[in-house]
Write a protein that binds this ligand. Structure first.
Ligand SMILES: C[S@@+](CC[C@H](N)C(=O)[O-])C[C@H]1O[C@@H](n2cnc3c(N)ncnc32)[C@H](O)[C@@H]1O
Length: 270
């Protein structure tokens, strides 16, 4: 059973949702983009406001079917408003642990979602049930313990980041889930496992440097508030981390790499 603490801490709001809108299929789910062909059926669980999902629908076209599911009603509302007219694309509010699909999709994907669950094994079992025999399950996720910055960020942010990882792991979330996915796949009987590194590096010379490296300032401004309420940090520690990190971005930051893997496998034909 998924814990209520994890459910509460996984909930996205305010500035935390900004980062989702910058993502596209081509930039942020590259392995999926390689696998898609016209006419495919694809389920995208934890689709947010559909930034990646609508790109999937454009490739599979009107002869295919794409369903985006998210547990956050505000994000699904926004997805329907923004992308509701694309043929073959549907959005539904729903829970990864309670999907109603039975062997319907060629590809079932969930990107950056299992990191927020205390019971990813159960979620993977449900994702497998939604996949056609012979179809693929494709999970994209982080190992937050392997992030790197150049040069090192201010100590206030390093302390904030450590507290963030503890706040997550105390809720039962796996900070290193990317590296544990192959083992989870084996446990639920998904075979032919392929691992593709998809690490996200942003450099000072990139056009979107500021918005992407600001992710940790945005996390401090959003989830940080909840961490203060949960007594993992004080408000002053939170505010200092956010401010000093923004100054570091403006003055000295050169690059950041978030460790991300795409792990896929096949469901056996019956
Ligand atoms: C970090 S966002 C990733 C969004 C998108 N897949 C991407 O890669 O940009 C995680 C998403 O998972 C959703 N989510 C969290 N727990 C969920 C659950 N139990 N069932 C369905 N969606 C969930 C959140 O609402 C959020 O939109």
């Amino acid at each position: 059973m998924e814990s209520n603490v994890a459910r509460n801490r996984a909930e996205l709001s305010g500035k935390a949702t900004n980062v989702l809108d910058f993502r596209t299929l081509a930039s942020s789910h590259k392995r999926l983009a390689e696998l898609l062909t016209e006419g495919m059926t694809v389920l995208d669980v934890g689709c947010g406001a559909g930034a990646i999902t609508h790109g999937i629908a454009k490739i599979v076209g009107p002869t295919g079917r794409v369903v985006g599911i998210d547990s956050n009603p505000a994000l699904i509302e926004k997805a329907k408003k923004t992308f509701g007219d694309i043929p073959g694309l549907e959005f539904e509010c729903g829970d990864i642990f309670n999907l109603h699909f039975k062997e319907e999709f060629d590809i079932v994907t969930s990107a950056r979602v299992l990191q927020w669950l205390s019971n990813p094994l159960e979620a993977l079992t449900v994702l497998k049930s939604s996949t056609k025999p012979g179809g693929r399950v494709l999970i994209l996720d982080y190992n937050h313990e392997k992030i790197s910055w150049e040069p090192v960020p201010p100590s206030s942010m390093k302390s904030f980041y450590s507290a963030f990882l503890k706040w997550r792991s105390d809720a039962g979330m796996d900070n290193a889930i990317a590296d544990h996915l192959p083992n989870l796949f084996e446990k639920v009987g998904i075979n032919e496992i392929i691992i593709t590194p998809q690490h996200e590096t942003v450099k000072r010379t990139d056009n979107d440097f500021n918005s992407r490296i600001s992710i940790w300032a945005d996390v401090a401004a959003s989830r940080g508030i909840q961490m203060v309420k949960d007594r993992y940090i004080t408000e002053s520690q939170r505010a200092t981390a956010e401010m000093e990190y923004r100054e570091w971005i403006n003055e000295v930051a050169m690059s950041q790499t978030m460790y991300l893997l795409a792990v896929e496998g096949r469901k056996n034909n019956l």
